[in-house]
Design a protein around this ligand. Sequence first.
Ligand SMILES: CC(C)(COP(=O)(O)OP(=O)(O)OC[C@H]1O[C@@H](n2cnc3c(N)ncnc32)[C@H](O)[C@@H]1OP(=O)(O)O)[C@@H](O)C(=O)NCCC(=O)NCCS
Length: 217
Amino acid sequence: MSAYPELRTARLLLRQWRDSDRAPFAALNADSQVREYFPGLLTKEQSDGLAEKLELGLVERGFGFWAVEAPGVADFIGFIGISVPNFEAHFMPSVEIGWRLAREHWGKGYATEGARATMDHAFETLLLPELVSMTVPGNVRSRRVMEKLGFTRRDADDFDHPAIAEGHPLRRHVLYRLPKSRWYPMVKVGPPSDGPSTRGATAADERAPATSSALAR
Ligand SMILES: CC(C)(COP(=O)(O)OP(=O)(O)OC[C@H]1O[C@@H](n2cnc3c(N)ncnc32)[C@H](O)[C@@H]1OP(=O)(O)O)[C@@H](O)C(=O)NCCC(=O)NCCS
């Protein structure tokens, strides 16, 4: 039994990091497709340092970027979770949701599925009032995940990431927000125009595995 919250979905386990995650994590951090929208690849040492930081973050806070396992498929496919950004910006203080998966596991809905469990935990257990998510404008895959989850963006929230040098093509970022007040109607009630609960039921059904199992083990 783990001392830290683990989140389960129909296909995923979001869990504490293990030493055995470090090799596949280093491989994804050295993949130029995975790192297309980040400033450079990570060395093995940098990747291990990040894994250690994320592991400690879960110990200290009880939430963070969880290592993601797809039982029966792969012991480690990447990370999904929430964190507190460590830079100043107009939307701080806030809690960010994010994801990074190995290339061979893209396009299967894993990021969206794991993020839904994370959002349940963030809104229903941690009682956060809002989540934000950010990326560069060109990262359409990540933006699509945000939009599928119900996050919305305003031009006025776009910002220059202070950790990225002025003039760097990845400095400009888009910010998406989802207040808790919009999470509940989206997944639990469904819009009134849907008639006799078709879309609401679908959303609830889709989310059920994450909801029923988003519990600490
Ligand atoms: C972003 C990322 C986590 C998405 O993971 P994933 O498990 O493939 O995501 P999902 O399958 O849940 O959803 C991806 C969506 O993007 C869509 N998509 C994929 N490629 C696309 C493209 N070129 N243009 C538009 N949409 C695209 C998919 O069709 C899917 O949407 P759909 O369900 O409506 O069809 C993954 O691509 C990744 O790890 N990227 C590298 C790291 C990264 O950029 N992290 C985010 C930093 S902010």
